[in-house]
Each structure stands twice: as structure tokens, then as C-alpha cells.
Design a protein around this ligand. Structure first.
Ligand code: GTP
Ligand code: MG
Length: 282
């Protein structure tokens, strides 16, 4: 049986740890079990039950306080993640302890980890070797996304992560509950964006804009060509939006396809306690 996983990524403060915690609660409601592994060596607070915690292997302070290393917070974090890559057997041991094989990995927020340092890719390849089907889940804070120029920069970050990791990928816009009414109305334009239109609005006909028009339209075309930059809205006060995100991810990693159907007599005979609606066994 394959195992299933989500790699939860995105800029600092985009809501990764909150997402993990909400996914665990949502899964409980669905009578499913989702475990979370904290892979952020600098994490200070999260409120999900943790299956494994990188801080038991290495903590950011270890890298910053070490006399010979003397890293700052960013270099320290890269050091910690590289240390993890050299000690994947530690992670393997932690993951062996569970029976339910759906695991979310709460990752750090430093964007360079996903774009030009090989460690996340090494992690993906290792998890795949251990039979995991992994979906990349890239979170962006909606408050930074509903303006064309910010949106383009958010999209390019999501895209470079996607291209770097080469795994099924779902983009999520978080903190929808914090948007104003007016911003919520605007949102639709950004979830499945028509980039040329957004860009045309952003860059008027000034001389400088003319100069960049060609560049902008090339960027828009490249993003369109990948046709992968849709965003799913997630409002933590609306359970349906959490469910929609989970369904998309499950579909991307084909979760559930290998489950055995329940015994047929159980399903058909209500007197034996069978529930005709519950077709599959996890
Ligand atoms: N209202 C609201 N607040 C949110 C939501 N998601 C996250 N937050 C808040 O935003 C802040 C950052 O959230 P985290 O979940 O810690 O973000 P993170 O991406 O894990 O942050 P780092 O690990 O530091 O990169 C916290 O104060 C959260 O309570 C959301 O959907 N709605
Ligand atoms: Mg976090």
C-alpha cells in the first residue's frame, strides 16, 4: 500500500501551521486520521498533535549558538535543513511508528528552501523512495494577493516551487476570513486569473510601462502555458472550503484508490449494521 503525504510550504506567516492544525481537525470530523510532522526547526508555537518534530533532531538555536558555526537565523535554518537531509534515517524511524499513513509535513517559511536549495527536493525524493505519494501544497496569504503586481510575484514563487519539486501541486489562498467585503468580491478574479487582463490594468500607458509591456506579457504567457496557477480559497471559518482543498489534494495523490471495498453483505443489509453510503474502508 502506498503512503500519502502533503508538503505544506509557503512564505513566512502564510498560515502553514494553522493549515496543518485545521486539516487534522477536519480529518477527525471525517473519521480519518491525519498526522503532522513539524519540519520547522525554528517553530515556537503550533497547536496540532505532533507525530515527529525536527527540533528533537536539531533546533535553530543549536546552529545559531554553536561557537564554531555562528549562523544567523536564515543561514541557521538552511544548515538545519541540510542536517535533516544527512539524517533522513531519523525521519524514517519516526514515520515507521504509525499505522495511518496520511502525513502532513509542516515546513519552514524561508522561500529559498523551495526555489534554489536542493534540500526540499531531496526530501521529496526520499519520501517517494519510502512509498509516499506526495502533494505539494503552497500557501499564500490572500491579503498579499489581491493586487496585480503582488499577485504576479506570489504566482512566480508558487511556480518556481512547483517546477523545482516536480510533484502534484495545489495552491491555496489563506486567511480569506480576514478579507474585507470589497476584497472578497475581487477575489474571484484572482483564483483563476486572466493574467493579461490583470496586467493590463496594472500597467498603464506611461513610457516606463510601455518598456515593460513586452516583458509582462511574456511572463503572463509563461504562467498561462504552465496552466497550473489556480488558487483554492481557504477560509478557516468555513468547513466546506477546507474540505474542497482536501478533496483536490486527495485527487492529486489518488488517495483512496487502493482501498478495499467493504464486504458486500454488510453494505446491503442494514439489519447487520451495514451502511450503504460508506463504500470504502480506510
Ligand atoms: N484569521 C486568520 N488567521 C490566520 C489564518 N491562518 C493563519 N493565521 C494567523 O496568521 C499567523 C501566522 O500563522 P501560522 O500558521 O503560524 O503561519 P506559518 O506559515 O506557519 O508561519 P511560519 O511558520 O512562521 O512561516 C498566526 O497568528 C495565525 O493565527 C487564517 O486562515 N485566518
Ligand atoms: Mg509555522
Amino acid at each position: 500500500m502506498p503512503r500519502y503525504g502533503q508538503l505544506v510550504m509557503g512564505p513566512a506567516g502564510s498560515g502553514k501551521s494553522t493549515y496543518c492544525s485545521n486539516m487534522v481537525k477536519h480529518a477527525e470530523m471525517l473519521k480519518r486520521t491525519i498526522h503532522v510532522v513539524n519540519l520547522d526547526p525554528a517553530a515556537e508555537y503550533f497547536d496540532y498533535p505532533v507525530l515527529a518534530d525536527i527540533r528533537e533532531l536539531i533546533h535553530l538555536d543549536d546552529a545559531m549558538e554553536d561557537e564554531s558555526l555562528r549562523f544567523g537565523p536564515n543561514g541557521g535554518l538552511v544548515f538545519c535543513m541540510e542536517y535533516l537531509a544527512q539524517n533522513f534515517d531519523w525521519l524514517q524511524e519516526q514515520l515507521e511508528e504509525v499505522e495511518d499513513d496520511y502525513i502532513i509535513f509542516d515546513c519552514p517559511g524561508q522561500i529559498e528552501l523551495y526555489t534554489h536549495i536542493p534540500v526540499m527536493r531531496q526530501l521529496v525524493e526520499t519520501l517517494q523512495k519510502w512509498d509516499f505519494r506526495i502533494c505539494g501544497v503552497f500557501l499564500v496569504d490572500s491579503q498579499f494577493m489581491i493586487e496585480p503586481s503582488k499577485f504576479i510575484s506570489g504566482i512566480l514563487t508558487a511556480l518556481s516551487t512547483m517546477v523545482n519539486l516536480e510533484i502534484p501541486h495545489v495552491n491555496v489562498m489563506t486567511k480569506i476570513d480576514l478579507l474585507s467585503k470589497k476584497a472578497k468580491k475581487e477575489l474571484e478574479r484572482y483564483l483563476e486569473p486572466e493574467l493579461p487582463i490583470l496586467l493590463a490594468e496594472e500597467f498603464d500607458d506611461s513610457r516606463l510601462s510601455q518598456k515593460f509591456k513586452k516583458l509582462n506579457s511574456s511572463i503572463a504567457k509563461m504562467i498561462d502555458d504552465y496552466s497550473l496557477v489556480k488558487f483554492l480559497p481557504m477560509d478557516i471559518s468555513d468547513e466546506d472550503t477546507i474540505n474542497d482543498v482536501l478533496i483536490q489534494i486527495d485527487t492529486a495523490i489518488q488517495y483512496g484508490e487502493d482501498f478495499e471495498p467493504k464486504e458486500i453483505p454488510d453494505m446491503l443489509d442494514p439489519e447487520e449494521g451495514g451502511d450503504p453510503d460508506s463504500g470504502f474502508d480506510g
